[in-house]
Design a protein around this ligand. Structure first.
Ligand code: CU
Length: 143
C-alpha cells in the first residue's frame, strides 16, 4: 500500500496551499458580510450630538434602506440640528410623528432639520417610504 492511497479525496485534489487558504478566505468573507449587514442596519454606530453656541448638531446618512447611525443621543433644553444626507439611489424621508416633522430627501441631496423636544425621552424617526423595510431610528433626549 502506498502513502498516496491513505490521502483523502480532498487532499489528493486540493493543493496544500489551498487547504490552508480556503478556510481563511471563508472566515474573512463571512465576517465581512456580517459586519456589512450590521453596518447597514446601523447597529454598529450611534452619535452623540455636539453642542456649539446653544445648538446641538448631529448627522445621519440615509441609505437604501436604513439610517447610519440610527441612534442619536441629544442633550435636553437645546434645539437639535440634524443633517440628513441621502447617499442612496432612492428618495428617502425623515419623519417624527411626535414633532410633526416630515421631510423628503431626494437622492444625493442633504436636508437639515432643527428639532425642539418638549420633554426628555425617546423620539422615533423613520422614512415614510421604507419604514416597512426597517428604515427607522431613534433620538434619545437626555434629562
Ligand atoms: Cu427611505
Amino acid at each position: 500500500m502506498s502513502t498516496a492511497s491513505q490521502e483523502t479525496e480532498y487532499e489528493r485534489t486540493t493543493p496544500r496551499r489551498s487547504r490552508i487558504l480556503i478556510p481563511i478566505v471563508a472566515v474573512l468573507l463571512i465576517g465581512g458580510i456580517g459586519l456589512a449587514l450590521v453596518d447597514m442596519a446601523g447597529f454598529s454606530k450611534h452619535q452623540i450630538a455636539q453642542v456649539h453656541g446653544g445648538v446641538a448638531s448631529a448627522t445621519t446618512t440615509a441609505r437604501d434602506f436604513g439610517y447610519v447611525p440610527a441612534l442619536i443621543q441629544a442633550p435636553r433644553g437645546v434645539p437639535l440640528r440634524v443633517t440628513i444626507r441621502n447617499q442612496g439611489a432612492h428618495t428617502h424621508n425623515f419623519s417624527i410623528d411626535a414633532l410633526g416633522v416630515d421631510v423628503v430627501i431626494p437622492p444625493r441631496t442633504t436636508q437639515v432639520v432643527t428639532l425642539r423636544f418638549p420633554v426628555a425621552g425617546m423620539y422615533l424617526f423613520y422614512c415614510r417610504f421604507h419604514q416597512a423595510l426597517g428604515m427607522r431610528g431613534r433620538i434619545v433626549v437626555g434629562r
